[in-house]
Ligand binder design. Structure first.
Ligand code: ADP
Ligand code: ADP
Length: 216
């Protein structure tokens, strides 16, 4: 059975950072809805143009568009054994759609690590984030700076600050998260899949806690 791990948590808490490490460790694919939207934006696709109007306001892209983008992605062959889902689902409708999709191809949500940190930490992290243009590698100006300012260590492409990582926008996205995504905490808790992880620790500590919760 294909194994899917859903990383749940507010903007800036460290989902992307941990998803990349987990994907390496587990050999599962890393599927980030935010990265997929940004790729579409960069390639100026129709989906990218549609998503931009919502992303620019810090709002969620409508469920139907998001769900069909994820369906396309997780039916690709590299997700045959499963994937680390980072940023999806973000609403109860998306979570229901995921259950249906996985039932179709013999997959299941195995666990849902829920990473948390206080709002001040989220703002500090997101507003200092630098993202790699080519592949979305993640840096922080203070907590994990690149070797050379403005250049990605991994692929040499330039680093940029996401428009939605300006402080006011981060605050708005946290509000949207509290309103629309928080219900998923109870959804997955009831399903017995929620694993609460303290996201305030250093990256390595968070990874340790994640791995021991997942494989205990
Ligand atoms: P974060 O760092 O806040 O977790 P993401 O890169 O996951 O940011 O998301 C950036 C933006 O992309 C969101 O503000 C939203 O507009 C859009 N987005 C990403 N994932 C989803 C989703 N599952 N449903 C709707 N919109 C999404
Ligand atoms: P998310 O995907 O949840 O929005 P990211 O993984 O992109 O979060 O991390 C947001 C920012 O915080 C990035 O700049 C990243 O380098 C930094 N970061 C991630 N985890 C930690 C951590 N445990 N301690 C300090 N900074 C972190």
């Amino acid at each position: 059975m294909a194994t899917f791990i859903v990383l749940l948590g507010p903007p800036g808490v460290g989902k992307g950072t941990q998803a990349k490490i987990l994907a390496e460790t587990t050999k599962l694919a890393h599927v980030s809805s935010g990265d997929l939207f940004r790729e579409n934006l960069k390639n100026q696709t129709e989906l990218g143009r549609l998503a931009k109007s919502f992303m620019d306001k810090g709002e969620l892209v409508p469920d139907d568009v998001t769900i069909s983008m994820i369906r396309d992605r997780i039916t690709r062959s590299d997700c045959g054994a499963g994937a680390i889902l980072d940023g999806f689902p973000r609403t109860p409708i998306q979570a229901d759609a995921l259950e249906k999709m996985l039932a179709e191809f013999n997959g299941e949500v195995k666990a849902v690590p829920f990473i948390t940190a206080p709002e001040s930490t989220l703002v500090e992290r997101a507003s200092g984030r630098w993202t790699c243009r080519e592949q979305g590698h993640i840096y922080h100006q203070i907590f994990s700076p690149p070797k050379k300012i403005g250049i990605c260590d991994m692929d040499g492409s330039d680093l940029y600050q996401r428009d939605d990582d300006k402080v006011e926008m981060v605050t708005k996205r946290i509000r949207v998260y509290l309103e629309q995504t928080m219900p998923l905490v109870e959804y997955y808790r009831k399903a017995g899949k929620l694993l609460e992880i303290d996201g305030t620790q250093a990256v390595e500590q968070v990874t340790k806690e994640l791995l021991s919760a997942l494989y205990k």
